[in-house]
Design a protein around this ligand. Structure first.
Ligand SMILES: Cc1cc2nc3c(=O)[nH]c(=O)nc-3n(C[C@H](O)[C@H](O)[C@H](O)COP(=O)(O)OP(=O)(O)OC[C@H]3O[C@@H](n4cnc5c(N)ncnc54)[C@H](O)[C@@H]3O)c2cc1C
Length: 376
């Protein structure tokens, strides 16, 4: 069953919104080409500035560098950063999902070792789920980490790992026991030090000309046993719980937001009737998705794991992200586009094929939703 609990942003979250806007205004020089896609813009100095303000890992306990703030407050910070097109990719995955994963399943030693660096905006993580023959069918991963003395010997290949060439660590889903009839058994998550463990990281060029994702090859990479996250064999439960964090945030419907901003600037104060209708249509989509995403933030705040609701936010949000440039383009056709609109459109259209792939494809999400509704 799908349940979207009613949730409102509390007053302190709105106070924080004003602070974030002020910060972004005074740092506008760091946004020469704003892009609301969370994977664009890798700026460690900017991430460190956010860390110093307490805006990374902000829901985590104080002892690990967190600020003990609510998921609603985190929601507002992420929403404002994306809407402004700020360069957030360096710390994004660590803040959104690797940190929360360690907080929930990691050992005390792991939490103390990794979380404070994340909250300072200095330590960046990649996701190591997909492989050359494993994407949608995640349980079929073939990378192995078998016991060897006091550690684990890792062999295999991970693919499409965002920013692995720039990030410090990866949480990799691996097989620690040979495959059996129970496909979800024998999987574990391990921490890889991307700079020091000896993994080979090869960037892959994307259609927009950037090098954001990578192939990572492990050939007899030996890691110490304290790098296993949670209990060995518990990888499937952990990786699926991680996806609730991955799929529900505003980055799943705001990737094309700068196109909307430039569209509104381009039509000016006196839009034609069909342009007003386009603004209304986009706003209605945004308002609905936002309420759903805030509801998921509220459920995370209560310690729930709203995996199906998160899948629905991502599925509807990704479709909207692809629809937005199309609505704007049609509504502006006939008028020469402004330079800002042209730039935002170019950047967004080159990235948009990935919106419905990364974090789980449309078909897979629809399957998750159908199962949640008891339809399969
Ligand atoms: C920009 C970008 C960044 C990414 N970053 C990361 C990352 O950081 N870490 C990471 O681990 N992965 C990452 N990925 C990989 C992403 O998660 C996978 O591409 C995605 O899960 C699909 O897997 P696949 O590419 O192997 O395609 P496949 O699983 O081979 O799917 C191919 C097509 O078949 C369809 N299909 C597959 N199975 C079914 C089914 N059962 N029913 C119906 N249709 C089906 C799919 O929907 C898809 O259209 C990234 C991908 C992109 C595009």
């Amino acid at each position: 069953m799908l349940t979207f609990d009613r949730a409102e942003l509390p007053a302190e979250a709105e106070t924080l919104r004003a602070e974030v806007r002020e910060f972004l205004k005074s740092n506008s020089a760091r946004l020469p080409r704003p892009n609301s896609d969370f994977t664009t813009g890798h700026d460690p100095a900017f991430s460190a500035q956010l860390g110093a303000r307490g805006w990374i890992g902000m829901t985590w306990p104080l002892e690990y560098g967190g600020r003990g703030r609510s998921f609603f407050e985190r929601y507002v910070v992420t929403e404002e950063l994306l809407a402004a097109g700020a360069p957030v990719s360096a710390h994004w995955i660590a803040d959104r999902q690797s940190g929360p994963l360690l907080l929930r399943y990691g050992s005390e030693q792991q939490k103390a070792a990794y979380l404070p660096g994340i909250t300072r905006g200095e330590s960046y993580f990649s996701i190591g789920m997909s492989e050359p023959n494993t994407g949608s069918d995640l349980a079929s991963v073939r990378t192995t980490a078998y016991r060897m003395g006091d550690g684990y010997l890792v062999n295999g290949t991970k693919l499409w790992s965002t920013d692995a060439h720039r990030n410090h660590y990866m949480v990799a889903l691996v097989r620690t026991e040979p495959a059996s009839d129970n496909r979800h058994a024998g999987l574990s998550q391990v921490l890889i030090d991307l700079k020091n463990d000896g993994a080979q990281v090869r960037p892959i060029r994307n259609m927009a000309g950037g090098e954001d994702f990578n192939e990572i090859v492990f050939t007899d990479v030996l890691i110490p046993e304290d790098r296993v996250v949670g209990n060995p064999g518990n990888g499937w439960e952990q990786v699926t719980s991680e996806l609730s964090y991955e799929r529900s945030g505003p980055e799943r419907f705001l990737s094309a937001y700068r196109v909307f901003v430039e569209f509104i600037k381009a039509v000016g104060k006196n839009p034609l009737p069909h342009q007003s209708a386009a603004i209304g249509r986009i706003t209605a989509h945004l308002a609905t998705l936002r309420r759903m995403s805030i509801s998921v933030a509220g459920m995370l705040e209560e310690g729930k794991t709203p995996a199906v609701e998160a899948a629905l936010v991502k599925e509807l949000g990704n479709n909207f992200e692809k629809l937005l440039p199309e609505i704007a383009r049609l509504a502006l056709s006939g008028s020469p586009p402004s330079e800002g609109f042209r730039q935002a459109m170019t950047d967004t259209l080159l990235l948009s094929p990935s919106f419905t792939l990364r974090g789980g494809t449309r078909e897979i999400l629809r399957g998750v939703i159908a199962r949640g509704l008891g339809l399969r």
